[in-house]
Design a protein around this ligand. Sequence first.
Ligand SMILES: [Zn+2]
Length: 65
Amino acid sequence: MSKIRVAKCPNCGEIQAFYAHYKTRMCSRCGKKFNVANSVQYGIFDNAYIASELVKKLKMKEKYG
Ligand SMILES: [Zn+2]
């Protein structure tokens, strides 16, 4: 099973989950490609469920502090 990375788009700031082996990623919000190595990263997780829960938490934190 592929591991899932959580990282932030450097263009628009959207936090998102995607396969850990991706070196570049097309942002799900702004549609721009970014280099994963240059983005802010929050970790690599064993499955998409754990990763999406973290994305939710991080977004809440950004929104409400
Ligand atoms: Zn973006």
